[in-house]
Design a protein around this ligand. Sequence first.
Ligand SMILES: Cc1cc2nc3c(=O)[nH]c(=O)nc-3n(C[C@H](O)[C@H](O)[C@H](O)COP(=O)(O)OP(=O)(O)OC[C@H]3O[C@@H](n4cnc5c(N)ncnc54)[C@H](O)[C@@H]3O)c2cc1C
Length: 447
Amino acid sequence: MTQGWRQLDVGVLGGGIGGMSVAIALRRAGHRVTIYEKHDFAGEVGASVSCAANGTRWLHEWGVDVEKGDPVVLKKLINRDWHTGEPVSTFDLDDYEEKWGYVYNMFHRQYMHRMLKDCAMQEKGEGIPVKLLVNHACQEIDLRTSTVTFKNGVQMQHDLIIGADGIGSAARGILGILPAKRPAEQSCLHANVSTEQAVKLGLVDYSQNAALEYWGGQEGKWDKIVLSPCNGGKLLSYYCFFPRDKGDYTTQAWGADSLPVEDLLAPYPELDAQVKAHLAIGVEVQPWRLWVHDPYPYIQKANVCLLGDAAHPMMPHQSQGACMAIEDAAALGIIFNKAYFQGDVREALEVYEKVRLPRATRVQAAAAKAAYNINERIGFSANKGKCATYKVEDEKKKLTIEEMNAYDMYKDIEEKLTTIRGEKFLAPFIAGLPIGLEMPNGVTVGA
Ligand SMILES: Cc1cc2nc3c(=O)[nH]c(=O)nc-3n(C[C@H](O)[C@H](O)[C@H](O)COP(=O)(O)OP(=O)(O)OC[C@H]3O[C@@H](n4cnc5c(N)ncnc54)[C@H](O)[C@@H]3O)c2cc1C
């Protein structure tokens, strides 16, 4: 154990995917954790959440029972022609696990959440089981005394406070961060389709492909349909994007009554009839508000830090929002563990910011680009020469799968920590990537 290490009493604001993840990581690092959640998790509407190898690896490291999430292990990314549905660009994930050590999971959001909650709160496993208090909405934080005041009048003091309270974060405003944000040019409606019902009606059984499938996205337009199978393939989760002038949902909230299916079909007169027939039997049609946030200048102050969507909300087009929240959690779990933490919370949070802000900002920018050009999406971005319509803004700047999955967070943390402590970092890594790694964008790490 490092000299100076001490057990912290940690308060996590928000019990979503990021909040549950950080609770697991910090409990394993030896700390006492309480999660304060605004809602009570009742009545949520389902949707898929993708968890690529850079997220999945931490679930395994933390001993999460991944099978509880009933995932579909993805075998392919398929981009289809908007009108005919014929494949235009595909990315095979056959050697994905062999190459990166972990699979690409597609979870159902509620199952994933439950799987993480169980892991955080169960007796089994390393550390002290996490305490969860629902119906506790953070209202104020006294940064001087690290005391949180909740809307129900309760006040709690903690050694470390983590704002994992999502895109509308209260903690972020309290830290003095005022997001520069604007509504996206694009709207999104989500719908669920039962595979069983689709098959009964004689429609295509897309679940057989175990693929994340996309219609459109090659023409520099905002229209795109994204299909992700989850619940072991029993549920097809559809994300339907279109230009905002065809329907503005920027002020409508997820979780209200289902919208009529006609709203879902209206923007797509020319869409491939096979997928359109699926959308026609869509249920639980919900708007997903899309706002573009510029990167924040900082994500920590005093004894408080932000995590997940509170720290770096991003457009959904790299499917990395949840993975970035999981990576944030993993970073805090390492920085505060017995090998690295010497008792100085301020030093630890500065390292956290130095490790997380650049990486999340890179993904955030790439997600905004992929909104109108699917070739910028990790996976398809490797298809230069394999897809007739392949084109990216700047070959050298495109985001690659290597950057996401060859990343060694321990090395990144060691580099930042030794620098802050005025020591020398000698391992052959830069920002967590091995020096000499050749990436498909033509960049060699450290060259
Ligand atoms: C429909 C939909 C589909 C998505 N699909 C994908 C996908 O396929 N892949 C992917 O990687 N990402 C996806 N995302 C994004 C991903 O879910 C988020 O990036 C990820 O959940 C971030 O986790 P988080 O914990 O930061 O935020 P959230 O999961 O949003 O959790 C925030 C929590 O904080 C609580 N809260 C809010 N305010 C307060 C307060 N004042 N006090 C206390 N608690 C508070 C909320 O109730 C919530 O439980 C999707 C998001 C949505 C909405």
